[in-house]
Every structure is written in C-alpha cells, then in structure tokens.
Design a protein around this ligand. Structure first.
Ligand code: ADP
Ligand code: UVW
Ligand code: MG
Length: 399
C-alpha cells in the first residue's frame, strides 16, 4: 500500500458512493454505497478488502449522516488506513464553464459549485452537502473537486451551442456541457494504451452506459462532442431518462394533456427510458431477461436503446474523421454482450466484425477487444472514475 490514499465521495440525489483508494495503484481498500436517503429504510453497504458488510442508517438519513457514519464507524475501525488518508476527492457533476480542471476546494470553489446548481438541480446541491459534511468530519484534510463537465470543455462552439437565440448562451450559460467526463477521460487513455498509440494520435468514440449514459467523440485525447447537454437528460435512452425528444412534446403535455411542468420534468427524468418503454424495469439485466422471455415492452426498449446508441456512434465519426476504436464502458457497456453485439451489427457500414467469443469473455470487469482481427476495432474497458478522482486529488495537493 502506498501512502497515497484518498477518500472519494460521489454524492447523488438519493445515494452516496464512497471508496478509499490507493491513487498509485488504483486498488480500493474500502468501497461502498449509502442509499435510500430520506426514506425509512436508508442503509449503507461496504466492502473492506473484499469482505462485505451492511447496516441500517436509521430513518430519514441523508448525506451528512452517511459521511459521519463512514468516518465514525467504518474508518474508526480501520485506524491505520484512516490515518493514511491524504485527501477527500469529490465527484461534482456540473462545473459549468468556470471549472475546466480539478480544484482544491475553498470558499470560491464552493460558490462556483453553488452557482452551477440550477444547471444540475439533482446533483450539485447533494455534492455541496457532501463537501460540507466531509469538511466537518475531516477538518485537517484537503478537499478536492473533480468535475464531470471539465473534460468536455475542449469541445468547439459548433458542438456545444444550441440553435436557440445566442443571448441565452451569452447571458445565461445555456449550452451543451456534457457529463461522465472523468469516465470518458479514463477509458480513452486506456484505449490508447491497448491500441499501442500515443493519446495525441488516438481517435475513439466512448460509450459510457450506466444508469445515466452518454457517448463522447475523443480526438487526440480531447472531447470534441458528447451526447449529454445542459443537463444529464439529453442524448441516449437511459434507465429512467428519455434522452433526445422533440421539445414540443413538453408544450403538448402541459397545454393539451394538463401536466404541470414539475410532472413533465419528473416524467422525463424518472419515468422514461428503459423503464418507461418496457413498463417493466429500468435495470438492464431485467430488460435482457424480459427480452429472452419474449416480453414485448422489454424487447422494444432494448431495440430503441441500441438503435439510438448506434446512430450516435455513427454521427460521431463526423468530428473524428478517422476512427481507431469504439469503446464500451459503464455497468451496461462492461457487461451486456447482447447490447454490444446488436449495436455493432447495426454499424456494419463501418466494417465492424464482432468476435462472439471475445465479446462473451469481456465481461464482469475484464477488458478486451471484442472484434475480429480484420476491420474496425471495438473494445470493452471497465471504467474507474474513483481512481481518476484519487489521482487528481494527490496531484493537486502535491503541487
Ligand atoms: N451483467 C449485466 N448485464 C447487463 N447489464 C448489467 C449487468 N450488470 C450491470 N448491468 C447494468 O448496469 C447498469 C448500472 O450501471 P452503473 O455503471 O453501475 O450505473 P451508475 O454508475 O450510473 O449507477 C444497470 O442498468 C444494470 O442493469
Ligand atoms: C451525469 C450522470 O448521469 O451521472 P450518473 O450516471 O451517475 O447518473
Ligand atoms: Mg456511474
């Protein structure tokens, strides 16, 4: 174990993922999830050196109590490990245009994250609670903010400006920002290594397919286009988010069908995507089971998910010119050989020839090329956002 341990916190709207990571090797010493915040059954699960633990957090717990639990119980039982933690790294979904790189957190960074809260109302307020709780629990440790949006600040304006009146951008910052940047950065670097090419000469399209999902075109290590927009709602079909729709549907739902704007927002973010189409589940494993059993909704959801993804991948060859590889990552990208096969078959025009055995082998944390030796390469690379956050935290505090 090196002396570069970082506690990484990823505060979501109703959960908190955490890990204690060795920034040098990427090994997690502790990893866990506190979930169901605000409900009676909020709980926390964690793993220490592979051994699993679980506890109830008490009714109506939220981020602050969860951070206290991590510090007072989990880390207190591991005093040697706790004493070696050098920094706390926070995943921040929205950094607007202000943050193009990771930052050591001080009052002005907190103010900047607050200023972006209206652009990510589900995420940024939760991050701020996590930051304040972590400062209270670890007053002596440096706190670092690592932004999902930072990696996408290299996009050219023709990729990030919406065809709306320009003053909405100028006066209110309404533009495409993109998310999952930490993951896209990590897997694109790993892809360059697997291709034995310098990152500056590597052009890849990365599909991060988790509960939220996005595709990014990465040219020479820089994001040149991405599918998420002002918020994480735009782009692909996701677990419960609709991704791209005709914006007039909102007007129609409100004025013809009597929905409130609040209800429409909830419908698009929480009741759509795989869940909304299938009327079964937002979980890709459940969708695949439904598909295997001939469930009509699950089959349609899977087809739409793959078709939208294939169209995005095809369109991102435009900014790249030359495509070296397509990379799949995230819980679905790393595990669903079915979705990978369907998507690559839809992209036959780009000369992908899937290798079934390689595709089946690259699952459950195993990376690998999944196409045959001829044609364009597709690969699977497990993401590790926590490692990037830990590395950035150590780099910044040593500067
Ligand atoms: N073996 C599997 N086959 C298909 N999908 C899987 C498998 N394992 C996990 N997934 C899917 O991965 C998704 C969660 O991905 P993850 O990256 O953990 O999400 P997030 O970080 O956004 O919470 C879920 O839809 C889940 O069903
Ligand atoms: C930005 C986003 O969608 O994040 P997640 O995948 O963690 O929901
Ligand atoms: Mg994720």
């Amino acid at each position: 174990m090196s002396n570069k341990l970082v506690l990484v916190l990823n505060c979501g709207s109703s959960s908190l993922k955490f890990a204690v990571i060795d920034a040098q090797t990427g090994d997690d010493k502790i990893s866990g999830l506190a979930e169901c915040f605000g409900l009676e059954n909020s709980r926390i699960k964690w793993k220490i050196d592979g051994e699993k633990h679980e506890a109830a957090l008490g009714a109506f717990t939220a981020h602050r109590e969860a951070v206290e639990y991590i510090v007072n119980k989990i880390l207190a039982e591991q005093p040697e490990l706790a004493a070696k933690i050098q920094a706390v790294g926070h995943r921040i979904v929205h950094g607007g245009e202000k943050f193009t790189r990771s930052m050591i957190i001080d009052e002005s960074v907190i103010k900047g994250i607050e200023d972006c809260a209206s652009l990510a109302p589900l995420h940024n307020p939760a991050h701020l609670i996590g930051i304040r709780a972590a400062i209270a629990s670890f007053p002596k440790l440096p706190q670092v903010a690592v932004f999902d949006t930072a990696f996408h600040q290299s996009m050219p304006d023709h990729a990030y400006i919406y065809a709306l009146p320009y003053k909405l951008y100028r006066e209110h910052g309404i533009r495409r920002y993109g998310m999952h940047g930490t993951s896209h950065l990590f897997v694109s670097r790993e892809a360059a290594k697997m291709l034995h090419k310098p990152i500056e000469d590597t052009n890849v399209i990365c599909a991060h397919l988790g509960n939220g999902a996005s595709v990014t075109a990465i040219k020479g290590g820089k994001s040149v286009d991405t599918s998420m927009g002002l918020t994480p709602l735009e782009g692909l079909v996701m677990g419960t988010r609709c991704g791209d729709i005709d914006p007039s549907i909102i007007y129609h739902l409100v004025h013809q069908l009597g929905y409130t704007l609040e209800e429409v927002n909830n419908l698009m973010n929480k009741q759509s995507g795989l869940l909304g189409i299938s009327e079964l589940t937002n979980d890709c494993r459940g969708i695949e089971e439904g598909y295997a059993d001939g469930h009509k909704g699950a089959t349609l959801a899977l087809e739409i998910f793959c078709y939208r993804l294939a169209k995005y991948i095809a369109s991102y060859t435009v900014p790249l010119g030359r495509l070296d590889a397509v990379v799949f990552t995230g819980g679905i990208g790393e595990n669903s050989d079915l979705i990978r096969e369907k998507v690559l078959n839809m992209l036959e025009i780009f000369n992908f020839h899937i290798d079934s055995e390689r595709n089946k082998a690259a699952r459950f944390g195993k990376k690998g090329i999944i196409t045959q030796d001829k044609g364009t390469i597709a690969m699977v690379i497990p993401t590790n956002e926590e490692w990037v956050i830990a590395e950035d935290s150590i780099k910044l505090i040593n500067q």
